[in-house]
Write a new protein. Sequence first.
Length: 482
Amino acid sequence: MYQGSVQHQQPDVPVLEEQKLDEFLGAVPERGQWRYRPRRVGMVWRSKAFRAGALITVLALCGLVILALVRRQTGTEGFLVGLGLAVLPVPLLMAAFRWLDRVEPGPWRNLLFAFSWGACAAALVAIIANSFATRWIATATADPAGADTLGATVVAPVVEESAKAIAVLLIFLFRRRQFGGIVDGIVVAGFTATGFAFTENILYLGNAFGEDQQMGTTGFASVTAGTFFVRVVMSPFAHPLFTVLSGIGFGIAALGGSRHRVRRVVLPLLGLTLAMGMHALWNGSSAFGPYGFYAVYGAFMVPCFGLVTWLAVWSRQRELRTLSTELPVYAAAGWLTPAEPLALASMRARGMARDMARHWNSHPDRARGRAAARAVAEYESFATSLAMLRRRARHDGAGPDFALREQELLHHLWQRRETAAPALTYAAHATGRLRTFRPQAPPPFPRQFPYGGPPQHLPAPHRHYGGHNPYLEDGGRPAGPS
């Protein structure tokens, strides 16, 4: 295996001001398991296991109730047909959102919670609230047809988008470390809406099958085929598109940080309002005449889908650029090789590094090759988290736990460096990422921090650590504009 320039002595951690390094880090302790936060003790309901169990119980009960309600409306045979057809777009949508999240993948438990919330809790709230509101309007106005129209265009968008946005809100509040920007908001919202659409499609397709059974229609002229074409073929992205607007609002609020309290409230509400408006327009498209649905679909839904897709891909590339901006300071301090920030900022190079680590270590033991590839993947994930942590500290100020979090991430990187550094260096050369240019150094940290004074442990790009440093010019000054 090519060892490159892997060092075996831990470098100093870059700091903002001159200080004794042993006061901050010194040598990272050799711990097999690193605990970032202290274990909470005391009341039972503060236990993570208790809260996770309570959440799973609530979602399971909602799932059982929604299952019973849908089965009662569609019948057993209609339910099974609807389930079989509704599940078809789910893997494709989940794969698309997971691909978008490849730069800094969120934990699967968050995504599974979001999907389960949409499929169980949000769907149950929507069915109960929509039915109650429509009946109340019909009773108050003595106009059942008008009540159905008003329920579909006003009540349903408000209830459904609010119920789905709760999942994004919960992850935004209680999984803040794993919710750092627009991509995270889009992915969480997309999984939530995919779960909701899955349950709703079972209901619609099951009812359509029941109508076909009563009328005796089959084939392409059946109501089931028409419903399947409209909901699964033409517009599987409809519900995800609506809810993604709420997710974008939460994502922009997360980028703003905790200092912008007004923005943290206004932007999610604005995104939720846009989601409700688009949902209402989609549901009310039939009011524009026989071709109203196709007009709204072609003139509004498709362009909006393209715009949101562009924003998602642009945000993904922005995350990659963050790695090439924030990580060179750690390369300057000796924690990374000069080529690693360049390789980590390219999805192609990251994939090649995993493949090369597997190839170099697979002879004669393939299990060792798989373990090496997994180590490189973990290294890439920790390095990405480190870059995002530094970016958040730059824009929002360093929180009281910044030093511990940075120390934890550097510890995990050091444990895997012997395997990952040569593979990433090779990938940087093989993909042409390593060239004779000087990447622009990031600007210095702001001097105002919300926790009383500049934290002394923050790494700074303007400090020179001695030796040859490709990212610094003569005298330890950063390359490019200061």
